[in-house]
Ligand binder design. Structure first.
Ligand SMILES: Cc1ncc(COP(=O)(O)O)c(C=O)c1O
Length: 393
């Protein structure tokens, strides 16, 4: 297997070629803290090799972590991946790694909520300044927000609640010209957007979503463009004691084998459901970049070759929050809950999570974020129709 094979092919093979697996298809779960050496010379030979996949102590990560790191780096087209315990840690570790007292960072207003909580509460403690910018701002206007102490440009495209797309190549070109490090939360774009081809330095993946795929594990991956960035990220992860359970990594490896099939199917289903919702009189706007006519569709068409099954729907403003909540409460096939990327469909009113500095870019009305799972779309559409017709009148 080589890099010329497609990702679909490579996901069936990556990380399976360790030693001592006695012909089994899957590598086993390795667990361990202490690593024993035969001699002191042997121990010394392992010292100081923390940037390599060499095991000196459990914290370094073992063969199970390395197999997953190799898989995630291949999915993202990056140089290396550092596994961390959650998607949120995949955001906070690079922020801590690159920012020091006196620095400044630019965040999009669409920044994922818990990451935003870290920024709002912890960055001031670290003496780091930040500015939020409207996610769809053109590079020429963003340039005016760059300060002499700006070190990082943070990106999330599309925003995971409001789905605005960013012109990553144009924003990265500006960042390069002005000497900024670029970080992108590419969770929605997994396997559909190749961040390093557009100039990103650090790509953040909440593996909790489609890689794990079964809503049973939290995990994050920080993928870097080259060894220099990997060193900065890995040093910080090790300094913070970031360690992910090998059992969780093994489940993520297992999820990764079938990810492309699930992503293809869930994209197709989400397109079917969003196309239907866009025709409904109760619906004022559907935000799903793969859907023609949606906000962000043109950039999606230019830059992506697939995408997630997560989207936003605005209901006509004549419906109250209570009516929209009643409609969500009475859906039989959609769970009410956070996260996405699993095999099951979800619905979550999202009104409080959008447009926090600059106001919502959605049309007026109550917003519900939907995730489409692997259920039959005819059943999902019938469920949505019945609940809308009962509660939105
Ligand atoms: C866009 C995005 N990034 C990161 C995360 C964080 O992932 P985790 O839940 O694994 O911490 C989430 C979780 O919902 C997310 O939606």
């Amino acid at each position: 297997m080589t890099k010329k094979h497609s990702l679909k092919t490579r996901l069936s093979h990556l990380g399976r070629h360790g030693t001592h697996i006695h012909g089994l298809v899957n590598p086993p779960v390795h667990r361990g803290s202490t690593v024993l050496y035969k001699t002191m010379a042997d121990r010394d030979a392992h010292k100081g090799r923390w940037t390599e996949q060499v095991l000196t102590y459990g914290l370094d990560g073992n063969a199970t972590h390395h197999a997953l790191e190799n898989m995630v780096a291949a999915i993202e087209g990056g140089h290396h991946c550092q596994i961390v315990p959650t998607g949120l840690a995949a955001i906070t570790v690079p922020l801590m790694a690159y920012l020091k007292h006196g620095d400044h960072i630019l965040f999009p207003d669409s920044f994922y909520g818990a990451g935003r909580g870290f920024a709002d509460r912890r960055l001031p403690q670290m003496g780091v300044e930040f500015t939020y910018y409207p996610p769809e701002i053109p590079a020429s206007e963003l340039e005016a927000l760059i300060q002499p102490n700006t070190r990082v440009l943070y990106l999330e495209s599309p925003g995971s609640y409001s789905f605005e797309m960013q012109d990553i190549a144009a924003l990265c070109a500006l960042a390069k010209r002005r000497g900024l490090v670029t970080m992108l939360d590419n969770t929605w774009g997994i396997a559909a957007f190749q961040p390093f081809e557009h100039g990103i330095d650090v790509s953040i993946q909440a593996l909790t979503k489609y890689v794990v795929g079964h809503s049973d594990v939290l995990l994050g991956g920080i993928v870097t463009a080259d060894m220099a960035h990997h060193k900065i990220v890995r040093r910080c992860a090790l300094d913070l004691g970031m360690y992910a359970s090998p059992d969780d990594c093994w489940l993520a490896l297992r999820g990764g084998r079938t990810m492309m099939v699930r992503l293809d199917r869930q994209l197709e289903s989400a397109l079917e459901v969003t196309s239907y919702l866009a025709t409904r009189p109760e619906v004022a706007e559907v935000r799903y970049p793969p859907l023609p006519g949606s906000v962000g569709h043109e950039l999606w068409k230019r830059d992506f070759n697939g995408g997630a099954s997560l989207f936003g729907v605005v209901f006509d403003p004549k419906y109250s929050r209570e009516q929209v909540y009643a409609m969500v409460d009475n859906l039989a096939l959609f769970g009410i809950g956070a996260s996405w990327g699993g095999y099951e469909s979800l619905a979550l009113p999202a009104g409080d999570n959008i447009g926090r500095h600059f106001g919502s870019t959605y049309k007026p009305g109550e917003v519900v974020r939907f995730h489409i799972g692997l259920e039959d779309t005819a059943d999902l559409i019938a469920d949505l129709t019945a609940s809308m017709e009962t509660h939105l009148r």
